[in-house]
Ligand binder design. Structure first.
Ligand code: SAM
Length: 217
């Protein structure tokens, strides 16, 4: 049981694309109340357990920084939201607006040089009902998630397998977002639009699943 039904959307995405299998460091944007972080923490633990590798849970080092130690295979999850997130074992939470450079700098500082494997964004504002305004805000959130992911994947590429680098973003179908979608497609090995069964069918929300950062632009 998870603290939000949204968790099942991430599990569906992972069932289909196995995006969490290789993940050591995950950044979860728009994470409150924390269902995706919980699901990611459990899944990565299961994957690691199957490989008999050490797994952290209540690692105290997560409280301050996530010092990257190449000799271990520890999993770190950083969760960000405007709203507070009740604590989750193994997850470092940050309360702030991800569109603000200060919040992004805080995330980068917590990561402390650790290469990022997966960026998740379930960020969305409350729908105003005005489709143009809603798509504009969805686009802004996607652009922020993308540019953060790009910066960090470029660093990851130098340290790890370049086929890593997964970005999953919620967005709302709109022509402006199609442009965005086309623009980032060449930068990943695979990019698909996924509508989880657990997502309400009357909602225009879908997820862009971008796998394998190639770089460019
Ligand atoms: N994935 C979450 C879970 O499983 O519990 C549910 C996320 S909910 C659908 C969307 C979240 O995006 C809200 O909690 C909202 O506060 C957050 N959000 C919207 N705009 C944001 C922003 N600019 N910065 C950070 N979080 C934001």
């Amino acid at each position: 049981v998870y603290r939000s039904r949204s968790a099942y959307k991430l599990l569906e995405i992972d069932d289909k694309y196995r995006v969490l299998r290789q993940a050591r460091t995950i950044v979860d944007l728009g994470a409150a109340p924390g269902g995706w972080s919980e699901a990611a923490a459990r899944r990565t633990r299961q994957y690691m357990g199957r490989r008999n590798q050490p797994v952290i849970e209540d690692d105290e080092s997560l409280d301050s920084t996530l010092r990257y130690d190449r000799s271990t295979s520890r999993i770190a999850i950083v969760a960000v939201d405007l709203l507070p997130i009740a604590s989750i074992p193994g997850v470092h939470t940050i309360q702030g607006d991800f569109l603000s450079p200060q919040t992004q700098a805080q995330v980068t500082s917590v990561l402390d040089g650790r290469p990022v494997d997966v960026v998740l964004s379930d960020m969305c504002e409350n729908m105003s009902g005005n489709r143009d305004r809603d798509s504009e805000s969805s686009l802004q959130l996607c652009l922020a998630a993308f540019s953060f992911a790009k910066t960090h994947f470029e660093q990851t590429n130098r340290l790890r397998d370049p086929r890593r680098g997964v970005l999953i973003m919620k967005y709302f179908a709109h022509p402006d977002l199609d442009e965005f979608h086309k623009g980032i497609k060449p930068m990943f090995r695979r990019l698909e639009v996924f509508k989880p069964k657990s997502s309400r069918s009357d909602s225009s929300e879908v997820y862009l699943v971008c796998i394998g950062w190639k770089g460019g632009a």
